[in-house]
Design a protein around this ligand. Structure first.
Ligand code: HEM
Length: 231
């Protein structure tokens, strides 16, 4: 496994980040200049009234919603179809019974998650399992590893859409005060997307090699998946 991005990707990432932040800056400025009845206008008004965010924080909140709300679900959407199509009996079961869709979404998010780890800075020494993690370090808390923990999941390396041992709060969405704000939306998108696919294309197949998920740091990447179906 590798980090999600390589050194060579950095210039492209920097350029994309500059482009996105400029776009969001313009959007926020346009709402300040000409308020509308939309979310961004309410956000701009609330930020001004509360007066507790710096200009960069004001910007990054919106950038985070855009990045955290698109790459994650897009990658998960591809991977859940790929996993089900590679476990044909489970794909066929979902086609027969759409009540299995929520379990299929949860299991795909566990088995091949679109977020591989969550970063944290240590503010103090922390003792874990007999080791001390010193303060002022960056920690990478692995969702990949947590979601294959045999203490939590029976046969963690099996893909099983009928499993009943998912924790009430799915680990792929993190934990604590920064737990994902968009879980309900993400689940709705993934469930509706899968429902549309199984209804319209039950004969769908992966054509060629199945896609690979890359990286373990933060949001992961998936490569292309080619599919075919009889016409
Ligand atoms: C499969 C889809 C998704 C996954 C796996 C996912 C995962 C996560 C995780 C693990 C965190 C916690 C990060 C941390 O603690 O440092 C997080 C935070 C967040 N997510 Fe998601 N997410 C998904 C979809 C979405 C969607 C659709 C939205 C909104 C449109 C969204 C918005 C956010 C925001 C705003 C935060 C930051 C919350 C905070 O810092 O208080 N996410 N997400």
């Amino acid at each position: 496994m590798s980090a999600s991005f390589t050194h060579e990707d950095v210039p492209e990432i920097d350029a994309a980040a500059a482009h996105l932040t400029a776009y969001v800056s313009e959007l926020l400025a346009s709402r300040r200049a000409a308020p509308r009845s939309d979310f961004l206008t309410s956000y701009v008004v609330a930020v001004e009234q509360e007066d507790n965010l710096s200009p960069i924080e004001t910007l990054i909140q919106i950038v985070t919603v855009i990045v955290g709300g698109s790459d994650t679900t897009r990658t998960a959407m591809t991977m859940q179809a790929a996993l089900l199509l590679q476990h044909r009996d489970q794909w066929d079961a979902v086609c027969q019974d759409t009540a299995l869709i929520p379990g299929a979404v949860s299991e795909a998010l566990r088995y091949e998650p679109s977020v591989g780890s969550i970063p944290r800075f240590t503010c103090q020494d922390i003792e874990v399992g007999g080791y001390v993690v010193p303060r002022d370090r960056i920690l990478s808390l692995s969702t990949l590893s947590a979601m294959r923990d045999p203490a939590l999941y029976a046969e963690p390396d099996s893909f099983n859409i009928r499993r009943t041992d998912h924790p009430r709060r799915h680990l792929v969405f993190g934990a604590g005060v920064h737990r994902c704000l968009g879980e309900v939306l993400a689940r709705a998108e993934l469930e509706e997307g899968l429902a549309a696919l199984v209804e319209r294309l039950p004969q769908l197949r992966v054509a060629g090699p199945p896609p690979t998920m890359f990286g373990h740091a933060g949001i992961r990447r998936v490569d292309a998946m080619r599919v075919s179906w009889p016409r």
